[in-house]
Design a protein around this ligand. Structure first.
Ligand code: EPZ
Length: 436
């Protein structure tokens, strides 16, 4: 349900957290960046880890937890289930000893489709779950058929009626599950559902994203017995009990990729702290092809952009370890400054090109035909632009940093779902960006 409030005669969307989506960035482009910035913990690792934490019925402490709106929304879900959850700085404490609920209210489910991973956690912990089907989102239709098919193969009774999903685990049993597509969320839901089922559950064609490995490392620290995470074949030996633990979340590889693209559009040299080179192979390869110099030293890296960004023949987004769909928009922004023509094919989501009309307002020369975008490098100028989704908003910020003149970016509540104070990170390395 979209609510609108009338402010000074304009209609502004109410953000998903009740605030009015009025916040904007004012960016004065063309400034070189320099210095170093630390990459925070990964949103897409901490969200499944938070769902896993409630399986312990104990206290868990999660370090380097990013203070994001998606994390705060998940904290609200955990509290609704009768647990306590508090984020102090970047330390999240969850105590699920008093967990009593198995239902997630619609308004919380609607906020964030990735709450669907609570389906597996609730079934495992409470033996049942009731939540509404997460709607589509800015990226297009977001089906959950693979999740539901897999849970049914585990013997979980799933009823879908008028937009709600009810799951009953009275006859839950181990199973050998093959995913027709290596869905990240479905892989996580199968693991969360089966981690305490006596016997062995296997997943073939599992998603290999590092965030799944992070969740499994956390679960194994709690006493689970999961092997093969990060490969296409995962084995889960059910255990009777999980206990609370402490854990440090992996660095956010998409935030790192975004900051690298900011170096590219501003022709700068910057240093990133808290990165894992093994998670960044695809993006590093593409940026090196466009002329960047990139070096890693343990958990640090530095990137030096070329004076003139080159083009990239073809980028096809794929499941990990292929080129990540979440980095596609920031790289598109970088390639708008390229010298020549680059081609992007978005294979994962239906509508991840909403930023193209916004980039065109800045003078970008981009042709789009379905999943294919053809980018001809140009100089961009500042404009009044609007974020339509999380990674698109970050990409428009990156584009504006390199543009001549001032840009006004609306809709930055999308960005705040996945970046902790992006403006502060960028200011710390010399960008002229203000949040108003
Ligand atoms: C996770 O989404 C991430 N979100 C996404 O990051 C990321 O883009 C995506 O994985 C791919 O890497 C979180 O981890 C919270 P999928 P998820 O299931 O689990 C289709 C961001 O910007 N599909 O691998 O939803 C689906 O429609 C977000 O941080 C089905 O058809 O991704 C999509 O086309 C965006 N049926 C494709 O698979 C299903 O049952 C990939 O989805 C499930 C998925």
């Amino acid at each position: 349900m979209a609510y609108y409030v009338i402010v000074q005669g304009n209609n502004f969307p109410v953000t998903q957290y009740g605030g009015v989506g009025l916040n904007k960035y004012i960016i004065n482009g063309g400034k070189k960046l320099s210095g170093r910035v630390r990459v925070h913990g990964a949103k897409n690792a901490v969200l499944p880890i938070m769902a896993a934490a409630v399986l312990s019925g104990d206290k868990c402490r999660i370090y380097d937890c990013p203070n994001l709106s998606d994390v705060n929304n998940t904290i609200n879900i955990i509290r609704t289930l009768g647990c306590s959850a508090t984020l102090a700085g970047d330390v999240l404490e969850i105590d699920s000893s008093a967990m009593s609920g198995w239902e997630i209210p619609e308004e919380l489910m609607r906020e964030m489709r990735s709450s669907i991973i609570f389906l597996g956690a609730l079934v495992a912990k409470m033996g049942r779950a009731r939540l509404c089907a997460p709607g589509g989102c800015e990226l297009g239709n977001r089906p959950i058929d693979l999740h539901l098919k897999a849970l049914r193969e585990l013997g979980i009774e799933i009823r879908e009626e008028n937009g709600y999903i009810e799951a009953i685990a009275d006859r839950i049993h181990p199973a050998d599950i093959h995913l027709s597509f290596p869905s990240v969320g479905a892989t996580e839901n199968i693991i969360l559902s089966s981690v305490c089922i006596k016997g062995e559950t296997t997943i073939s064609n599992a998603a290999k994203e590092p965030e799944i490995t992070d969740m499994c490392d956390f679960l194994n620290k709690m006493g689970a017995d999961i092997s093969g995470a990060g490969t296409e074949f995962i084995r889960i030996n059910g255990v009777a009990h999980l206990s609370g633990t402490d854990y440090k979340v992996m660095p956010d590889r998409i935030v790192a990729s975004t900051l690298m693209c900011a170096a590219m559009t501003t022709k700068s040299e910057i240093e990133l702290l808290n990165v894992r080179s093994q998670h960044l192979g695809a993006i590093v390869s593409v940026l090196r092809e466009s002329g960047a110099r990139i070096e890693f030293f343990k958990d640090k890296m530095y990137i030096r952009a070329p004076e003139k960004t080159g083009s990239v023949d073809m980028i096809k987004t794929q499941v990990y370890p292929g080129f990540p769909t979440d980095a596609q928009s920031p790289v598109m922004a970088a390639l708008c400054y390229g010298n020549g023509t680059s081609v992007i094919v978005e294979n994962i989501f239906d509508s991840r090109y909403k930023i193209i009309p916004e980039l065109r307002k800045m003078g970008a020369d981009i042709l789009q035909d379905g999943r294919v975008a053809i980018i001809k490098g140009q100089k961009l100028s500042g404009a009044h632009i609007r974020a339509m989704d999380l990674r698109g908003g970050a990409a428009l910020t990156v584009a504006a940093l390199g543009a001549e003149g001032e840009s006004l970016l609306d809709g930055i509540h999308y960005i705040e779902r996945g970046y902790v104070e992006l403006e502060t990170m960028l200011q710390s390395i010399g960008a002229d960006i203000k949040k108003i």
